[in-house]
Design a protein around this ligand. Structure first.
Ligand code: SAM
Length: 222
């Protein structure tokens, strides 16, 4: 595979540091992880454009800027425990694994999960655990988490995900009334029963399909 490290540096300098990504851990991690490994062979030449790309099963690998924005908003610190809902290609989990102590990630499409797992193994990123299933219910056995990132748009914040936050933990999730346009929310657990919410702006994600998300037919599941 051609060495794309210069294109990767340029992506970080222009599209991330050149905008409002300031978290040094995020910038370093995105300089390290080869995004070209997480896209289909025919898409590699586009790996360092700041855009989403198709990954099969009607899903996408998110735009690099959005990946950086969400991880920065979650304020992931070295050693922390992270849950991602919507592993997709595995790219965002790979980036977070370079900062966090342990990353748990869930994907509902088994073929995407299998590919992501192969990529983690090839890169020897061995602090990532991946499971196939409905991530709208979280991963209760592995909770609590310091940060939870949801890479798909939900009709509302799934209660299971709030409950699986550690005290001081942050949940970053796109929430919207229709299946395509959302507001990015950050929910911080300030105490056992208390949460604080920030609005981080408008975003567009594929829908979160599951028990605490949307039904397959586009209606609210819960
Ligand atoms: N983080 C991914 C990456 O880096 O490639 C991008 C994810 S893509 C925008 C959203 C993913 O969420 C899709 O792969 C989709 O299948 C998955 N998804 C949607 N609903 C889900 C659910 N309830 N549980 C787990 N995965 C889900």
């Amino acid at each position: 595979m051609a060495d794309l490290s210069r294109a990767r540096d340029r992506m970080v300098d222009v599209h991330l540091a050149g905008r409002d990504i300031r978290d040094r851990n995020v910038l370093d991690a995105m300089r390290e992880v080869p995004r070209e490994v997480f896209v289909d062979a025919g898409m590699r030449e586009f790996a360092y454009e700041d855009s989403p790309l198709p990954i099969g099963e009607g899903q996408t690998i998110s735009q690099p800027y959005i990946v950086a924005l969400m991880i920065q908003a979650a304020g992931i610190a070295p050693g922390e425990r992270v849950l991602e809902v919507g592993a997709g290609s595995g790219y965002a989990a790979a980036v977070m694994s370079r900062i966090a102590g342990r990353v748990h990630t869930i994907e509902r499409h088994a073929p995407l999960a299998a590919q992501a797992r192969e990529r983690f193994e090839a890169l020897r990123y061995d602090n990532i655990e991946l499971r196939v299933g409905d991530g709208s219910r979280g991963w209760p056995e592995a909770a609590p988490f310091d940060a939870i990132l949801v890479a798909a748009g939900a009709p509302d914040t799934p209660p299971a995900l709030r409950e699986q936050l550690a005290i001081g933990g942050r949940l970053v999730i796109p929430v919207g009334e229709d299946g395509q346009h959302q507001r990015l929310r950050r929910i911080t657990r300030t105490g056992p029963e208390t949460y604080k919410q920030d609005d981080l702006g408008g975003v567009m994600f594929v829908p979160l399909i599951g028990e605490q998300g949307w039904a397959e037919d586009g209606r609210r599941a819960a």
